[in-house]
Ligand binder design. Structure first.
Ligand code: NDP
Length: 327
């Protein structure tokens, strides 16, 4: 038997999450059984742990949309016992049982071998949020990053923190947008050269076009923030739209696209093909400054998860929460 955070739903539709003992026979079908070492807390995990169940498709459920660990048993030729692996996406932790468990069983197709130079703990300090930040930066590179500061919104959050560190390491000037001024030292430590208050973007004139300012943008916030910053992009610059922490609506006009040739790039980390995932993890191992990664990490255990799920939905988590499932 081993520990897992199990979410149940009662007859009244109320959900509850608690650390419970389960066995290998309880795990869903799959090709590869993994001894999980670390998982993380992402916005989606907050939804899946919290009341209402968010994106959960069936109960009982083990959340955790990402994990890193060691293969324990494999029916697939690509993996053997002892291999280090990492998983993000594929609706694991939503439609399928995820990483908040000391052991889990998944399809081999969903896994990626841990790249050289990364430990399982570092891989989860990156996690889904950091993997997505890397995809967002790669999309900006594909479309060309202009001279001048690159904007990162929701900068003190998971995606924003990793995006800030990667862009700074790549030599870009990073303007970090935060609603938490007290995180300025933290963001400067990650490599941000400019701290922008949330209201300085949100409470602008609301004209469709303002001064051409940003050479690119990784946006984790959406909503009003995304609508406003579109009109502040340099001619031909791109915005990687990653998240909706500030709302799913988009009260924008088409003017920035028509008159400034702005590109709005949608980033989806969930259904990324294997080759893209391998490429992004290799870039993470190469381009993410590991000393800065350590500053982002808040350690946690399985029993901390119900509270952390609430915190992340309130936007109150700084950086990345790394869950040691064996602690
Ligand atoms: P976090 O909660 O760690 O970070 C979100 C940050 O957004 C907060 O820290 C805060 O930053 C800012 N924020 C929160 N609420 C508001 C608001 N009302 N208005 C403006 N800013 C706000 O989440 P993650 O970084 O893990 O995820 C960010 C978003 O990206 C989520 O919507 C998530 O679902 C999405 N996501 C999408 C993925 C994809 O594949 N497309 C993959 C992973 C995540 P600050 O305090 O600095 O202002």
């Amino acid at each position: 038997m081993f520990n897992a955070l199990v979410v149940n739903k009662n007859d009244e539709g109320k959900t509850s999450a608690a650390v419970s003992q389960i066995g290998l026979d309880d795990l869903p079908a799959g090709d590869v059984t993994v001894a999980v070492e670390y998982s993380t807390v992402n916005y989606k995990d907050g939804l899946c742990i919290g009341p209402g169940g968010g994106l959960v498709r069936n109960y009982p459920h083990v959340p955790g949309i990402d994990f890193a660990g060691t293969v324990e048993a494999s029916d697939d030729d690509r993996y053997k016992a002892g291999d280090k692996v990492v998983l993000t996406g594929w609706r694991v932790g939503e439609a399928y049982w995820g990483g908040y468990s000391q052991k889990t069983r998944v399809k081999a197709d969903w896994l990626v071998p841990l790249p050289d130079g990364l430990t399982t703990q570092q891989a989860m300090a990156v996690g889904t949020a950091g993997f997505t930040a890397m995809l967002a930066v790669m999309a900006l590179e594909d479309h060309g990053i202009k001279d001048g500061p690159v904007l990162v919104t929701g900068a003190a959050g998971g995606v924003g923190s990793v995006a800030t560190a990667i862009l700074a390491k790549l030599g870009h000037e990073v303007a970090a947008v935060t609603g938490r001024p007290e995180t300025a030292d933290y963001l400067n430590g990650l490599g941000a050269t400019q701290i922008v208050a949330r209201e300085d973007i949100n409470e602008t004139t609301k004209r469709p076009l303002e001064a051409e300012t940003w050479g690119g943008c990784v946006d984790a916030v959406g909503g009003e923030m995304l609508a406003r910053l579109l009109g502040q992009m340099q001619y031909g610059a791109s915005v990687s739209a990653v998240g909706l922490a500030g709302g799913a609506g988009l009260p924008a006009t088409v003017i920035p696209f028509l008159l400034r040739g702005v590109n709005l790039l949608g980033i989806d980390s969930v259904m990324q093909p294997y080759d893209n995932r391998v490429r992004a993890w290799a870039r993470i191992a190469q381009d993410l400054p590991m000393d800065r990664l350590e500053a982002m990490v808040q350690p946690a255990t399985l029993s901390d998860l119900p509270q952390l799920g609430k915190d992340i939905l309130k936007g109150a988590v700084k950086g990345r929460v790394v869950v040691d499932v064996n602690a």
